[in-house]
Write a protein that binds this ligand. Structure first.
Ligand SMILES: N[C@@H](CCC[C@H](N)C(=O)O)C(=O)O
Length: 299
């Protein structure tokens, strides 16, 4: 809030990007002028009155000498923050590579340093880090076997820096996404809520298994693809002996290629830049004065 100052806020530039239809607004706050707040994220995420996105990626500076090119903070459309977002990390990696001319670099997220590279086939690959499997790190509300939780359907739980609850189902097209998704997102077993995956194991391929996956995301609802969810699903499936550690994960928006190695889970897929624009001062002023929040509260 800028107090009594009546000058309108300067326009805020942003980019719209997506990875397999999992869509993002990217705001560059590296100059130290961080302006993203939960209210701004919610207003911007509104697909009718704002821009619309599944997640917002806020680019932040790193101290001089840091191994990472930049730091990313992830916001969901409901204004909450997330410790990881695989597809947004791939999009930001592609932007940073274009900026620096490098074909490989490191990004910093809440989950740590994530190496990224542009592959020879043009796909952007990120090492999403070593999955956390201990119940305290998902986190769960009480001790439980994370390979098969004591819930109906015995889902697996995995943290890729954010929580995932993976159900193995006979037919993903028929999965109860809109009912069980929100139900388990808010289930008391998950004190920080959870992302919910419905995975169908397809016929194993040539050394690479295939999994059909549909996702209900914490703070965003159904999305066309979830990168951290695809990683978590391969980890959960391999732990149960349902697949090997490499798989093509077929999401509603297309395929991600996952490879769970000792040093982390690699995820490769396409990214797309859609447009660049600026938020109008009037929109920003509305958010700043709280009118947007007041409208939301009244609804
Ligand atoms: N779309 C993402 C995950 C975004 C964060 C998630 N909704 C959460 O709250 O943990 C991805 O590609 O990983």
């Amino acid at each position: 809030m800028r107090g009594m100052d009546q000058t309108p806020p300067p326009p805020l530039r942003f980019r719209k990007m997506h990875g397999l239809g999992n869509d993002f607004v990217v705001i560059d706050a590296r100059a130290g002028d961080a302006r993203v707040t939960p209210a701004l994220a919610r207003a911007l995420g509104d697909r009718h009155r704002g821009v619309g996105f599944d997640q917002l990626a806020e680019l932040l500076p790193v101290p001089e000498g840091d191994a990472a090119a930049l730091r990313i903070r992830f916001w969901n459309a409901d204004g909450s923050t997330a410790g990881a977002c695989g597809n947004a990390t791939r999009c930001v990696a592609s932007l940073a590579m274009a900026e620096t001319g490098a074909d490989a670099l490191i990004l910093r997220t809440e989950f740590g340093l994530l190496p990224a590279a542009r592959r020879a086939d043009g796909l952007i690959e990120v090492n999403m880090g070593v999955p956390a499997l201990d119940w305290t790190r998902i986190p769960l509300a009480e001790p439980a076997d994370t390979a098969a939780l004591p819930l109906p359907g015995a889902p697996g739980a995995v943290s890729m820096g954010n929580p995932h609850c993976v159900f193995f189902v006979p037919d993903a097209e028929d999965a109860p996404l809109l009912t069980d998704g929100p139900h388990y997102e808010h289930h008391p077993m998950f004190p920080e809520r959870t992302n919910v995956e419905f995975a169908e194991i397809l016929a194993p391929g040539d050394g690479v298994d295939r999994i059909r996956l549909r996702v209900w995301e914490r703070g965003a609802g159904v999305t066309l693809a979830c990168g951290s969810g695809a990683c978590a699903t391969v980890v959960a499936a391999a732990r149960r002996g349902l697949t090997g550690r490499r798989a093509e994960v077929v999401l509603d928006g297309g395929s991600l290629f996952i490879d769970w190695r000792e040093d982390g889970v690699r995820m490769a897929g396409p990214v797309a830049e859609v447009f660049e624009a600026a938020l109008s001062p009037a929109f920003l002023a509305l958010v700043e004065t709280g009118s947007e929040s007041a409208r939301e509260a009244a609804e």
